[in-house]
Design a protein around this ligand. Structure first.
Ligand SMILES: O=C(O)[C@H](CS(=O)(=O)O)OP(=O)(O)O
Ligand SMILES: [Mg+2]
Length: 238
């Protein structure tokens, strides 16, 4: 498996296999939403589109990053989201980096969205799929986000190592020292409502969950669901 690391702007539009990485915080939040029982997450391209989707589907919950916006239900914060019971719910998510990155490679044949909490399961899906090349999309900071690149490299190394588990410590240390971690800590100090004091720590829990997350196009939307490595294969894209 040959890993290629790219930013969103340079990502191939229709790679065979893409892993879109957003550690802080979109895909840590998405994983926690599934952990709390959410059934699926629909990615929206704009805030307006997210609110339109929510309006058309009573019961759907809208998630957005930054400070709270009227009409949205949940912050893009694992620390805030984890106290919600999301059993059976559909979420609509719109964030600055993660969801934009996923939508940029929506035509990939296998599209995984990843962060440290699902890194091990993501690597296992890749190991079983045995692709020749994997495009890792680093979503943060114009493709230079250290937390996303470190997570991508950890997943690639884990997939290459087969059953062995490389030490996640050095990769997590890089993410802990990232600009994104500093921005979130600063947000906590300033009392921003869109962040939680535990967000950074929750984004740095390697391999916390046994599932990966695959995105599939359904009815013109990109929809994310949890998938167990070795479970039934995802249906091919329409
Ligand atoms: O909510 C977040 O942590 C970020 C905001 S930004 O990209 O740092 O401005 O969004 P995400 O899409 O989750 O990276
Ligand atoms: Mg990010």
């Amino acid at each position: 498996m040959q890993p290629v690391f790219t930013g969103v702007a340079d990502a191939p539009a229709a790679p065979c296999v893409a892993v879109v990485v957003d550690v802080m915080r979109a895909f840590t939040v998405a994983a926690w939403a599934f952990r709390r029982g959410a059934e699926r997450i629909v990615f929206a391209g704009t805030l307006e589109e997210a609110l339109e989707l929510k309006a058309r589907h009573p019961g759907w919950l809208a998630v957005q990053d930054g400070e709270p916006v009227p009409g949205f239900d949940l912050a893009n914060s694992p620390g805030r989201l984890r106290s919600h019971d999301l059993r059976g719910r559909t979420l609509v998510q719109k964030t600055t980096a993660g969801t934009v990155g996923a939508l940029a490679v929506a035509r990939a044949r296998l599209l995984l969205c990843a962060s440290f909490v699902v890194a091990g399961a993501t690597a296992e899906v890749l190991r079983r799929a045995r692709p020749e090349t994997v495009a890792f999309v680093v979503t943060g900071d114009g493709g230079r986000a250290e937390e996303d690149l470190a997570c991508a490299q950890y997943i690639a190394e884990r997939a290459r190592a087969g059953g062995a588990r490389p030490d996640p410590g050095p990769y997590l240390d890089r993410a802990r020292r990232s600009h994104a971690a500093a921005r979130l800590s600063d947000g906590v100090r300033r009392g921003l409502r869109g962040v939680h004091a535990e967000d950074v720590a929750m984004c740095l829990e390697a391999d916390a969950f046994p599932f990966a997350m695959t995105a599939i196009r359904e009815d013109g939307r990109l929809v994310l669901r949890p998938v167990e490595p070795g479970g039934p294969p995802s249906p091919p894209p329409a």
